[in-house]
Ligand binder design. Structure first.
Ligand code: MN
Length: 244
């Protein structure tokens, strides 16, 4: 199997090093990742300037070609699959920060996996929360391996979002939590006296059982199969019957 590894935290993140290490157990690994952090860029693609791709100065081992791109996570999947033919699966992460529930809409990590699915490949996004110190990727490694194996097993699902609690006890298949969140804009003042703003979000309600947020809150690795089709099926049926 030929595996493209990318992320949105940038090629120097310890999360992508951990993911590339585990990925080598599943096949040939190629790293193509943003040269700087691109978190919360969502599925942005660069179309108003050309992109460059350069050999990475950060080594992932002698057997792993690694390149950095001055673009978004989705750009990296486009250029990575152009540079390396016949990629089977794109692994994106391991993101430093969870991508649960509504944050899937903002996530650059998930967008890279989505871009793979749009190309007809398999895309798997992997994320874990960060506390005061970096995640213990060595401790997570056996669970990362189990989760990737589980995600690869189902041939028909092509987009899977995986989140790891800090100390997992098991794995579980989940659905996306879609409860509301509180979007706060927190104003501040910079050292030059200018006003600036931080956009922060907090989920408003406790997570529903069986969802991704609930799983991670309960020490379980959450695996959520997703689809590209955003159509609201019940609304479509309703509209077709009543509004035309
Ligand atoms: Mn990130």
């Amino acid at each position: 199997m030929r595996i493209l590894v990318t992320n949105d935290d940038g090629i120097y993140s310890p999360g992508i090093a951990a993911l590339a290490r585990v990925a080598t157990k599943f096949g040939e690994v190629y790293v193509v990742a943003p040269d700087v952090e691109q978190s919360s860029m969502g599925h942005a693609v660069t179309h108003s300037r050309p992109l460059t791709i350069k050999k990475s100065t950060n080594s992932f081992g002698e057997q792993v070609p690694a390149h950095r791109v001055n673009g978004t996570p989705a750009d990296c999947v486009a250029l990575g699959t152009h540079l390396h033919a016949d990629i089977d699966v794109v692994l994106s992460g391991i993101n430093m920060g969870p991508n649960l529930g509504n944050s899937m809409w903002h996530s650059g990590t998930l967008a890279a996996a989505k871009q793979a699915a749009l190309f007809g490949l398999k895309g798997i996004a992997l994320s874990t929360p960060v506390g005061n110190s970096d995640p213990d990727f060595d401790a997570l490694e056996p669970f990362v391996e189990r989760a990737i194996a589980a995600a690869l097993e189902d041939q028909d699902s092509n987009l899977i979002n995986i989140n790891f609690p800090p100390a997992p006890r098991d794995l579980i298949w989940t659905r996306q939590s879609v409860r509301q969140y509180d979007g706060h804009v927190v104003p501040g003042v910079d050292p030059m006296g200018r006003k600036h703003y931080w956009f922060t979000v907090t989920p408003l309600e406790p997570a529903e059982e069986g969802t991704d947020r609930w799983a991670v809150e309960n020490g379980l690795v959450s695996l959520t199969p997703l689809r590209l089709d955003l159509t609201d099926e019940s609304a479509l049926t309703r509209m077709q019957q009543t509004h035309l």
